[in-house]
Ligand binder design. Structure first.
Ligand code: NVA
Length: 286
């Protein structure tokens, strides 16, 4: 599914060029170091945030970011909107964009993000859907730059990331970002829980240009060999909670723990998009 992208939407990592990703990270790093220097950058601007699913970090970071840059965040739980009474997302979009300058949505379905974008005259940002989580991975890339002391996001090229677990929204965004930036990505999932073919295909296309390696395996140890970054996510994403018990058995050997850490580089970073289920996808000591 491709999003309409004629108004700076951020629906998929695929909407961004390598240059855009690098300058977003560079600018975020600059703003973080020089905190308080852009207090009026978004003065008079309003961001509506529609939340169809729970959110802690995404909502707080968007809201605090808006305030620190002089703008106004509106946190709109979908249950409090007319959506709950059956108003369509397209009508909601048409109403909101008369008042606000951008809309972020955390959506049950990726199709909802697209529907919103198709009916909005202001930019729409995907704050997580069942298919992708582009802002998460942009934040992760920034963290890797900071933790590895990379001055320029271009230096992410050649960094090796091992992802263990479910072939879900987060790994879809990772596939696109890593292949765009020339990072090596090894993904270990149980059989039948691999990332969707559409994302693998797009990533392979980008990888041809950047010269990166994307590897898929069902063996977490193989994926973790010499990794600079070990990354995981919950085994049952939001919306799949009823599969949690079944998945605990299927994913058992994919836990990010001290045994897995031994395969990675000595100074490897351990990352999780959070929230974590300690003792499931990640051991507490790690
Ligand atoms: N894959 C997880 C990410 C949470 C930030 C989920 O969709 O629930």
């Amino acid at each position: 599914m491709n999003a309409p992208n004629n108004k700076n939407n951020l629906i998929s990592t695929y909407d961004l060029t390598k240059k855009q990703v690098c300058s977003l990270i560079q600018e975020a790093l600059r703003l973080k170091i020089k905190k308080g220097t852009a207090k009026t950058a978004l003065c008079g601007k309003t961001l509506a945030m529609i939340l169809q699913k729970p959110s802690t970090r995404t909502t707080v970071s968007f809201a605090v970011g808006m305030v620190q840059l002089g703008g106004l965040p509106l946190i709109l739980n979908s249950q409090d909107l007319q959506l709950r009474r059956g108003e369509s997302l397209s009508d909601t979009a048409k109403a909101l964009c008369r008042y606000v300058d951008a809309i972020m949505i955390r959506a049950n379905s990726h199709a909802d993000v697209i529907e919103l974008a198709e009916n909005s005259s202001v930019p729409v940002i995907n704050g997580l859907s069942d298919k992708e989580h582009p802002c998460q991975v942009l934040g992760d890339l920034m963290t890797i730059c900071e933790s590895m002391g990379l001055k320029n996001p271009e230096e992410l090229k050649g960094v090796s990331v091992a992802y263990l677990g479910d072939g879900n929204n987060v790994v879809h965004s990772w596939l696109l970002a890593a292949s765009l930036l020339g990072m090596n990505l090894s993904i270990a999932t149980p059989k039948n829980y691999e990332p969707e073919k559409e994302y693998l295909k797009k990533a392979q296309g980008l990888a041809k240009v950047s010269g990166t390696t994307i590897t898929l395996t069902n063996d977490p140890a193989t994926a973790s060999q010499n990794a600079d970054v070990l990354y995981t996510d919950v085994w049952a994403s939001m919306g799949k909670d009823d599969e949690r018990e079944k998945r605990k058995t299927i994913f058992k050997s994919f836990q990010l723990n001290a045994d897995i850490l031994k395969f990675a580089k000595k100074k490897a970073l351990v990352m999780h998009c959070l929230p974590a289920h300690r003792g499931e996808e990640i051991a507490s000591d790690v």
